[in-house]
Design a protein around this ligand. Sequence first.
Ligand code: FPP
Length: 263
Amino acid sequence: MLRFFPQKNKYVQEEAEFLFDEKGPIPKHIAVIMDGNGRWAQNRRLPRIAGHKEGMETVKRITKHASKLGVKVLTLYAFSTENWKRPTDEVNFLMQLPVDFFDVFVPELIEENVKVQVMGYKKLLPEHTQKAVKDAIEQTKDNTGMVLNFALNYGSRAEIVTAVQEIAKEIETNQLQSTEITEETIADHLMTNFLSKDLRDPELVIRTSGEERISNFLLWQIAYSELFFTQALWPDFTPNLLEAAIASFQNRDRRFGGLKETT
Ligand code: FPP
């Protein structure tokens, strides 16, 4: 958390303000905007792709730790529908990452009982990326532990447009009346619909690298999520920082628009 000190007229990062309580509530669904790979590399005078490679190692560490803590769903924003605007070399590297990642990491994911899922416009991914994703989903489909959900070629506005188009089609074909549309109808048509209803919306969203914006990520699903921003760049994000984010979550007063319960 960034705290403002008026005497110094500056903000100071205070990550470990709260103590993590492993017996306290653990967010069932954590979503992460993994930002700062490029800066991590630039700080070391390395090419940007070195940052993405290191970021992949962080994904492994955080996946294992989240699973150990009892998180049910970990959604990671790996590539947005807007990321195609990056230089071709970087895009190609990012499209190769899932291949390398799943190649090496699937056996460990199976050992950890983690189930892989991928949400996004998968058909627009290169063939080799699609195959890596399909194989990882298939190889881990019987796992019953944490769901590791990659948002790959994902954009929330596009997702909402697709949902509206599908709903409109159902109305056109008389499968649905417009008066029957509820919030649940919309949620049922979003890409998180493979999750059970109680798991679809992240309880905690983490963004690394000091940027404090949502960048077209799960706009519908985060209506009541707690947000945690850290200065750490994604390759520097550690299991301890994950616990700091959860500690912060554990100290939030979640009211969902209502009033605090009084005893
Ligand atoms: C944002 O950092 C990060 C990305 C666009 C890619 C994230 C991907 C990974 C961490 C690896 C994912 C692993 C798998 C298995 C898919 P940035 O490049 O925008 O950083 P910057 O803001 O410092 O430039």
